[in-house]
Design a protein around this ligand. Structure first.
Ligand code: BYC
Length: 332
């Protein structure tokens, strides 16, 4: 849908042109959307391609830890909900790849960057899903963190990304509720079920807090992406918003957070929290998390196993094109 709009360019791109750059920034500052054929600085194009494709890869890789539990969901209702959630994530990946394609990088190139290990995907999906409660924790915490980060992206300056995010956020909201409801049911169940929910929270809490990325002092891209109105809040601001929203939800269902420094600060009206283990974060994004190798192996296998489907779809499209061309000639 989006790629058709790439056929015509309104203006030639002129990298580093100060007049065009000033006009571009004024457009962004006026809260107007940038569309695929508009002139944009090469840095803006590169940054967006990086962020949107990483986001798309996260959705696709994110299907793996949850897909692992579809056959083991405890009831038919739970299975249907989880199946729908994992399908939604596949859909989110597709909207996002389409939005990134409008910036001039093909989907094949983006896949190649993911499969070769050149492109990143979210650190969170390198942790294992050991029990059914992990599915609850992912929905509640991981989708909860994703919503906090992604709602502001609905106002991102790049039109195709902003529009894709509106639908994605609606679906993420269902995902978050699905997860919290699983956690609530377990937390109010037998002592063993409550212990399982607590154990999942213990393991998923810190990785979820890390999802927002490095602290503001360490974040390389934040200043520029905020000037370009791609990001609207800093990593630390979003992390604090997530903690403030999530801690009361956990306490409401009788769970404790694995952070002895977590304390409500009456003065700031925010929850203070303990030190984040940035060494673990760096290790996971460098490829050495608990499941990095397994996730990439599964993703490569899925890509290889799907080759015949892509080839069949292309062959069918060509057959249809040829048939339509022949019918047109016959009608002339
Ligand atoms: N994992 O300068 P910074 C989801 C990288 S949710 C891995 O702050 P930026 C889902 C960063 O890429 C998850 N890498 O970067 C939920 C950069 O490296 P490069 C996906 C991370 O871009 C439920 C470096 O660290 N969501 O999809 O300004 C179910 C320096 O960071 C992480 C999105 O992608 C991380 N956690 O800010 C299924 C949302 N954090 O690229 C699926 C859109 C940082 O220079 N993305 N890095 O090599 C964003 O909002 C921003 O890209 C980030 C990072 C907040 C993630």
């Amino acid at each position: 849908m989006y790629t058709q709009a790439l056929n015509v360019k309104d203006e030639p791109t002129a990298a580093g042109d100060p007049v065009l750059e000033a006009r571009f920034q004024a457009h962004v500052d006026a809260e107007l959307k940038i569309e695929p054929n508009d002139w944009m600085p090469e840095g803006y194009r590169k940054t967006l391609t990086r962020q949107i494709s990483q986001h798309a890869h996260s959705e696709i890789v994110g299907m793996l830890p949850e897909g692992n539990w579809i056959t083991r969901a405890p009831t038919l209702r739970r299975k249907a909900a989880l199946l729908a959630k994992v399908q939604d994530e596949g859909g989110h990946g597709l909207y996002l790849y389409s939005a990134a394609e409008t910036l001039g990088t093909s989907r094949e190139q983006m896949f190649e960057q993911l499969l070769s290990g050149k492109a990143k995907y979210s650190s969170i999906f390198n942790y294992p899903t050991l029990t059914w409660a992990d599915i609850g924790a992912i929905g509640w915490l991981v989708d909860g963190a994703a919503i906090m980060n992604q709602i502001p992206l609905c106002r991102c300056s790049y039109g195709p990304y902003a529009r894709a995010m509106i639908r994605i956020c609606k679906e993420e909201s269902f995902h978050q509720r699905q997860g919290y409801e699983i956690m609530m049911t377990l937390a109010r169940g037998t002592p063993e079920q409550k212990a399982m929910a607590q154990d999942a929270l213990n393991r998923w809490w810190w990785p979820s807090v890390m999802m927002f990325g490095p602290s503001d002092t360490e974040s390389q891209h934040s200043d520029q992406t905020m000037r370009w109105k791609i990001k609207r809040f800093s990593n630390d601001d979003l992390r604090q918003k997530f903690i403030d929203a999530t801690v009361p939800q956990g306490h409401f269902i009788g769970l404790e957070f694995p952070d002895k420094d977590l304390k409500f600060n009456q003065e700031t009206q925010h929850w203070d929290f303990g030190e984040i283990d940035w060494t673990e974060f760096k290790r996971v994004i460098a490829g050495d998390g608990p499941c990095n190798k397994q996730r990439m192996k599964q993703r490569r296998a899925a890509h290889d196993n799907g080759r015949w489907v892509r080839e069949a779809a292309l062959a069918y499209a060509e057959k249809r094109r040829n048939r339509e061309a022949a019918a047109k000639i016959a009608a002339e």
